[in-house]
Design a protein around this ligand. Structure first.
Ligand code: ATP
Length: 236
């Protein structure tokens, strides 16, 4: 199969600080791939280099095109959606306004039906459509961040710590919705998560990042069965 995302020798960081070294990985169409790793391993940096928020060296091929030199908005137009760490919703805008922002590059006739689909996937957002994002609970804002990224109809959704700050039940519900969205729409997902257990439960494959390098990779089942990974990331 031709990869949707093919990353080769990706090196990136901040100024003179090199965080990622020579990363190689791929995401196939429709796949859910997880990146696990300790604090500071470079997970967020990986997503930022892919979305174009920070520059990187190496090759990033997306949907048959080299995108490594494109700006973030150009990559978004090609189908790379990013739900950044810490929610990143516009707190003063309403739920509906936030969702419209996510669809800024789509024809206006598509916005209303897309919003309707988001309300089906995330029913609490429908109830709160006229409410300022900043006045909602953490879980609702996290849902909004994911829904806003999906409004851009991405082929690949980059998700940074979707469970952050959420109660276990809300996290479980959000991951169920992600799996359902993936099944219904075929949207591929690259998910960075501290909560390895829940991330692996919806993933096809996983990579483990340590100090900016991939040190293990396999199917979700293989990663879950690996003793050293279980001890380091699954708390068993
Ligand atoms: P966490 O789970 O804590 O977010 P992470 O694996 O996502 O960890 P990154 O946020 O990618 O890790 O950070 C990797 C390294 O890059 C860390 O050493 C961090 O201090 C550094 N770093 C992150 N953002 C910046 C920045 N804007 N400027 C300079 N250094 C940064």
């Amino acid at each position: 199969m031709t990869a949707l995302l093919g990353v080769k020798a990706l090196t990136a960081g901040y100024g003179s600080l090199i965080v990622l070294r020579d990363l190689d990985f791929r995401v196939d169409p429709g796949e859910i791939v997880v990146i696990l790793g300790a604090n500071g391993a470079g997970k967020t940096t990986t997503l930022r280099a892919l979305s174009g928020e920070i520059p990187g060296q190496g090759s990033i091929e997306f949907d048959g095109e080299q995108v490594g030199r494109l700006r973030a908005d150009q990559r978004a137009r090609l189908g790379i959606g990013h739900a950044p760490e810490g929610r990143g919703t516009f707190v003063d805008l309403t739920v509906e306004e936030n969702l419209r922002v996510g669809a800024y590059h789509r024809p206006s006739a598509e916005v209303r039906p897309a919003m309707e689909r988001m309300f089906e996937l995330f029913p609490p957002l429908r109830e709160r459509r006229g409410q300022a994002a900043g006045s909602m609970s953490g879980g609702e804002q996290q849902m909004l961040a994911v829904a806003r990224a999906l409004m851009g109809a991405p082929k690949l959704l980059l998700l940074d710590e979707p469970s952050m700050g959420l109660a276990p039940m809300v996290t479980a519900e959000l991951f169920r919705t992600l799996a359902e969205t993936n099944e219904r729409t075929g949207t591929a997902m690259l998910v960075v998560e501290q909560n390895a257990q829940i991330a692996l439960s919806i993933a096809d494959r996983a990579h483990v990042l340590e100090h900016g390098r991939i040190v293990a990779a396999g199917t979700a089942a293989e990663i879950r069965a690996d003793d050293s990974i279980r001890r380091a990331y699954l708390g068993v």
